[in-house]
Design a binder for this molecule. Structure first.
Ligand SMILES: Nc1ncnc2c1ncn2[C@@H]1O[C@H](COP(=O)(O)OP(=O)(O)OP(=O)(O)O)[C@@H](O)[C@H]1O
Ligand SMILES: NCC(=O)N[C@@H]1O[C@H](COP(=O)([O-])[O-])[C@@H](O)[C@H]1O
Ligand SMILES: [Mg+2]
Length: 387
């Protein structure tokens, strides 16, 4: 295989931006695609397209126009049936069209993991009406976690403590649901000690390899801070690796996967996975010799990954917007960068809304506690303001 290759990135947010940077560093040609103009990855790609990625016709048009060798999905909300068609026509879809289809539907990936592969997950049930949800909630018990089957980054997700909160959670889930399905999943609430992402690299012609586990903390179903290495035991790492291998083997193809687990004293419980770089994996920009985006690119192109080196206690903390604005500026950048072993990624999103992730602070420390504190302090210094 010769470089450059022509890569089409479907989704052009902060994760895609780093994938493009990795691809461009090796001289590739990248077409960045998203639903809005001037998205982060578009700012560093060779060219861009603004389309609805849920429209098969729009996807067809740009694939015919650009003739990519690889299609690399960066978000979940894509017309996945169309990806299957592209794959049949000989374009490589990363990791596979099937993987993108399974993982955008919580029920499909859950059935694969739990029913087909026999992997331990939280107890769960589905509902398509409020009446059904009332019934299944009783069966699962309280507290439980309710999510639309199609959503990401915590959209439509809520914790339900009592029967009298079920209706509110149903309405919230339906509002936050993507696509036209009115289906929700009710999950047993897992009172975990820590939750982790195990970055799993599946290669075309080499064994599956893993990064050191990443610990993270979430609020509103969305990631706030992450750190590496996560404080879990060797046997927990080995168990998580074996589950991640099972699930990713079933999905096939090549690329990086972010496999999420809840860790309790006695159990390693599979939650879900992203068939692409994971937001909590942004910590690897500072914590590894090859970050998750470079690893993804190498796996996609079948390039060797001789070693992944973990560089010591590291952390990331998100920088969130507080208001709606369409002329963004960042304040406090110099203050944030004034300490040693701190770095920032400011994504360059053209507009903001409350809680939208606009940047991330990265830190190294002498231990995890110090790295987390430094990353959080740096993130807090950066303010998203009007230009
Ligand atoms: N059954 C559960 N028990 C306890 N906490 C849960 C449960 N399900 C989800 N959570 C919490 O909510 C977070 C988000 O859930 P999940 O990963 O399923 O949502 P998501 O919308 O797919 O998020 P993302 O797209 O960012 O990965 C989890 O990381 C965890 O902190
Ligand atoms: N958990 C998934 C995730 O973190 N995805 C990342 O967020 C972007 C969307 O951000 P936006 O909603 O601010 O446009 C996506 O494009 C991807 O980079
Ligand atoms: Mg998740």
């Amino acid at each position: 295989m010769k470089l450059p290759q022509k890569l089409m990135l479907l989704g052009s947010g902060e994760l895609g931006k780093e994938v493009v940077i990795a691809a461009k560093r090796l001289g590739n040609y990248v077409i960045a695609v998203d639903r809005y103009a001037n998205a982060p990855a578009m700012q560093v790609a060779d060219c861009c397209e603004v389309i609805s990625m849920l429209s098969g016709d729009d996807l067809e048009r740009i694939v015919l126009k650009h003739q990519p060798n690889y299609i690399i999905p960066e978000i979940e909300a894509i017309r996945t049936e169309k990806l299957m068609e592209f794959e049949q026509r000989g374009i490589t879809v990363i990791p596979t069209a099937k993987a993108t289809d399974y993982t955008m539907n919580r029920d499909r990936i859950r059935e694969l993991a739990h029913q087909e592969l026999g992997i331990r997950t939280a107890k769960y049930a589905y509902a398509t009406t409020l009446d059904e949800m009332i019934k299944v909630s009783q069966a699962i018990g309280f507290p439980n976690v309710v999510k639309p089957v199609m959503s990401s980054s915590g959209k439509g997700q809520s914790l339900v403590n009592h029967a009298d909160e079920v209706e509110k959670a149903w309405n919230y889930a339906i509002e936050g649901s993507r696509g036209d399905t009115q289906k929700i999943i009710v999950e047993e609430f897992i009172n975990f000690d820590i939750e982790i992402t195990l970055l799993t690299i599946k290669q075309w012609n080499a064994p599956t390899i893993f990064c050191s586990p990443i610990g993270h903390r979430q609020e509103r179903g969305d990631y706030q801070e992450s750190w590496q290495p996560a404080e879990i035991s060797n046997s927990q790492v080995i168990e998580a690796q074996s589950i991640a291998k099972k699930v990713t083997d079933a999905l096939g193809g090549a690329g990086i996967f972010g496999v999420e687990f809840f860790i309790t004293k006695n159990e390693v419980i599979f939650s879900e996975l992203s068939p692409r770089p994971h937001d909590t994996g942004m910590v690897t920009i500072i914590s590894q010799n090859l970050n998750e985006f470079e690893l993804h690119l190498r796996a996609v192109l079948g390039l060797p990954i001789p070693n992944i080196e973990q560089l010591g206690a590291s952390a990331s903390a998100v920088i969130l917007a507080t208001e709606n604005s369409d002329s963004i500026a960042y304040e406090g950048v110099a203050e944030a960068l004034s300490e040693p072993n701190i770095d920032l990624r400011l994504f360059g999103k053209p507009d903001s809304r409350p809680f939208r992730r606009m940047g991330v602070a990265l830190a190294k420390g002498s231990d995890i506690a110090e790295a987390r504190e430094k990353a959080k302090k740096a993130a807090d210094k950066v303010k998203i303001v009007n230009q």
